[in-house]
Design a protein around this ligand. Structure first.
Ligand SMILES: Nc1ncnc2c1ncn2[C@@H]1O[C@H](COP(=O)(O)OP(=O)(O)OP(=O)(O)O)[C@@H](O)[C@H]1O
Ligand SMILES: [Mg+2]
Length: 505
């Protein structure tokens, strides 16, 4: 490949109150390549990309960004300027307006008009063309909030691609995608590359760097560690650059000794909007055990745990039994009274109050535990929260900063901390390590082991088969709203799980 660079970062430094998010970042991106950006939670990846897209305009950082031979100077008032320059970004957190349709979202702020009136036919037919071009299975008039997270993510990508981009930035695009959707995205990226589009690709899934990138840049603590051709790297090397040490194993060995059955679900059926979403789920859960739940997107895993937690579908048949007694759960509050906690999948919607401080977020569901008569015991609250924040290595200047200032992965850790603090007997975790870097994943796994060793029963939904196999005692596979198999991890293989998940077996 030639030494033709479309982007050059030259000593870029960005500071937030109390945090140096980027310090003297210098590296180059070749024209037409797929350039991976890798680094732990809080390393500065998203911040750097936000400089490129104009969220942090010229003058709010030091150093220079050279784009196609000229210094990039995005102005604070011009939100479409980066797009006009040909720089498109898909942010880590979804930015679609939930109440609007796919078409309205794609054309938000630049709707086609004739004499000042929006030409809806034109808007929707153009949307259809874009969706067709990338063979995306969504309808232009679908309302975004009715789409699953995977389809929302694909809509975000379509939106970014709807203006002719020369540089496309994808910040963890696959964290909410199914295997099939990921394959589709990889295909789209190859097509774009063939058409000369440069792509910057951020992910925590190590295998994706090897699948799609030409070059990888690794960041740690706001600094560049290295930039190398992907072919010179191995997954082990990449991880060690990222965490700054060798990581011999990905899953810590625990000393779990599952005991008697504490929780049981028997033939659960449930309706949501007059549609049967659960069609016969049965499982048992032992004290001190980790039960992994595998299944494809849409297999009903999240629906199951949200329903158990009393926050989703209406149970029409079947029972929940805790400690040998049948229980009814009306809502999350009553679930928690029974000692059942849920680390939800969608941290933005169900997990975090972004404007609140870390401390408030962690202690919010736990007020009963800390409140004395008419006053909250601030000290106990702080001591406990600090302990958990430290265990999870949440990267923040203090517990008093707003959750929205944290990096994506660190927000996820806050959600986990909040539910750990509630002292559950049954802990349900819905994709707990999504968007979390390899080092922090290891910390979360260690914590899960410790909790299980203390006798807490854990249900863990996971989309990563390696994680299911690496962390579970038993694995349940769901397919189309049903339990389609449950086995000891010793008897489970990736093939067997996939066969059960796709309904072949
Ligand atoms: N608006 C903000 N105010 C204060 N601090 C911020 C803000 N945005 C980011 N930071 C801090 O800057 C650092 C870099 O964050 P950034 O979001 O760039 O990390 P990241 O590499 O994208 O991590 P992740 O993999 O978790 O998404 C973090 O310490 C973060 O807390
Ligand atoms: Mg990020």
């Amino acid at each position: 490949m030639s030494d033709d660079y479309i982007l050059e970062f030259d000593n870029v430094t960005k500071t937030f109150p109390g945090v140096k998010a980027l310090s003297d970042v210098s590296f180059k991106v070749r024209r037409g390549e797929i350039h991976g950006l890798c680094g732990e939670n809080g390393a500065g990846k998203s911040t750097l990309m936000k400089i490129l897209s104009g969220v942090y305009p010229f003058g709010t950082y030091e150093g220079r960004v050279i784009y196609d031979g000229k210094e990039l100077k995005l102005e604070s008032s011009a939100i479409h300027q980066a797009a006009e320059e040909g720089i498109a970004i898909v942010y880590q957190e979804l930015t679609l307006v939930p109440a609007m349709t796919v078409g309205e979202n794609i054309f938000l702020g630049r709707e086609p008009t004739v004499r000042g009136a929006i030409t809806w036919d034109n808007l929707y037919s153009t949307t259809q063309t874009i969706l067709d071009r990338y063979r995306l299975d969504v309808h232009p008039q679908d309302v975004v909030k009715d789409l699953g997270v995977g389809k929302m993510q694909m809509t975000e990508i379509a939106k970014a691609l709807s203006e002719d981009a020369r540089v496309l930035i994808l910040d963890e695009p696959t964290s909410a995608l199914s295997e099939a959707e990921i394959d589709k995205l990889m295909e789209i990226l190859r097509t774009l590359k063939a058409n000369g589009v440069t792509c910057i690709y951020i992910t925590h899934k190590m295998n994706e760097f090897f699948r799609i990138t030409d070059t990888v840049t690794v960041m740690r603590d706001g600094k560049i560690v290295t930039t190398q051709p992907t072919k010179d790297l191995t997954p082990e090397k990449l991880v060690s650059y990222m965490v700054g040490r060798e990581m011999k194993e990905r899953f810590p060995k625990g000393n779990r000794k599952p005991g008697e059955v504490i929780f049981e679900v028997k033939d659960l059926h449930a309706d949501w909007d007059d549609r049967e979403v659960l069609k016969g789920v049965s499982l048992t859960l032992r004290k001190g055990e980790i039960l992994g739940i595998a299944g494809l997107m849409g297999s009903g895993r999240t629906e199951l745990v949200m329903t158990i937690f009393g926050e989703f579908a209406k149970i029409t048949q079947g029972t929940l039994t805790l400690n040998g007694r049948e229980i009814k759960i009306k809502n999350s509050h009553s679930a928690m009274e029974h000692g059942i906690s849920l680390v939800p999948e969608d941290r933005k919607r169900h997990g975090l109050v972004l404007m609140q401080t870390i401390l408030k977020n962690v202690s919010l569901p736990n007020l009963d535990r800390f409140s004395g008569f008419l006053r909250i015991d601030q000290n106990a609250e702080i001591v406990e929260s600090l302990r958990i924040a430290k265990e999870l290595a949440i990267k923040a200047p203090s517990l008093h900063v707003a959750a929205e200032t944290l990096s994506g992965g660190n927000q996820q850790k806050v959600v986990i901390a909040k539910w750990l603090l509630s002292g559950p007997r049954v802990l349900i975790m819905d994709d707990p390590t999504r968007g979390v870097d390899v080092g922090a994943k290891f910390e979360i796994y260690k914590l899960m082991n410790e909790l299980a060793e203390q006798g807490i029963a854990i249900i863990m939904i996971s989309s990563e088969l390696e994680e299911v196999l690496g962390m579970s005692d038993r694995v349940m596979v769901m397919c189309q709203g049903r339990t389609n198999g449950i086995m000891n991890v010793a008897d489970a293989t990736q093939e067997k799980i996939m066969q059960l998940a796709t309904g072949i077996a």
